[in-house]
Design a protein around this ligand. Sequence first.
Ligand SMILES: [Zn+2]
Length: 287
Amino acid sequence: MKIGKLVKSHIPGIFAMCEKAPGELPNLMDKKYSKEKFGVNFPFCMEVDSIRETLRFWSNEYHVCGKTVRVTSQWFAYNQFEFVNYLVDKKIISKADAANLLHSMQASNAESAVQIEQKRDAALARQSSLSRRYRAHAIGNSQNGFIRYILGRLEDESFSEKDWQRAIIFFGGACAYCGAKGELVIDHAIPINREYLGEHKLGNLVSACRDCNSRKAGNDYREFLFGETDRLERIKEHMHKNNYAPLRERDNFQQLQEVFDMAYKELVPLADRYIRIINCMLTEKEK
Ligand SMILES: [Zn+2]
């Protein structure tokens, strides 16, 4: 299931809850509350007449507590944990339902990532005049590497192996996800990719056993540890202690994401250009 579908399917439940607890509707119309609860940059809902940025709200209208409202459409995959947590918190769904929901979302996220990759490769093949070659290095790998490179070097932070060793001690010399001891590797709590925009900063590095590291893969730590409050808190404490403020918590996250998309796309014409230059040189030499 996709995040938009997830939110839409629970809007009736949320508004039914508001009818019983009328104090909640003004909260849901408050931008700050919405940011805090869901991590989205728009109020959860707004009265139809007061909406200026119409594109940021779905067109369906709901009647709740005597008001006519529309719900914001500005959801990203990483908002799913907060959203599901809210549903549990407000007793709209049970904890078990929440775990099932997140599980099914994880599966569909993985699936759509593969589909997106395939679609993109096909589109690139159509756009490019360059030859297609079986099993040649896919540009997507370089693009992802490029994004990782950028995310690994933002702002002025440096740390050494000693700092990393201290982080391992903070997690009790064990896996931050399951508590297992033994061989530990570096895991990025928030994945370093275009979707999550995690960074290679000390606060985002946690110790993980090989098993957790491979099972977590490209998922966010909050998704991976859903319901494990103590471990989640410990990781948040580690982030806080090392002054790590995830990019997705910034007000301009959306613009940031657009710039990352630009960087991602710009690599394709750049590669094409160099291939052409080098091809020219190769043919000249033959003459
Ligand atoms: Zn583990």
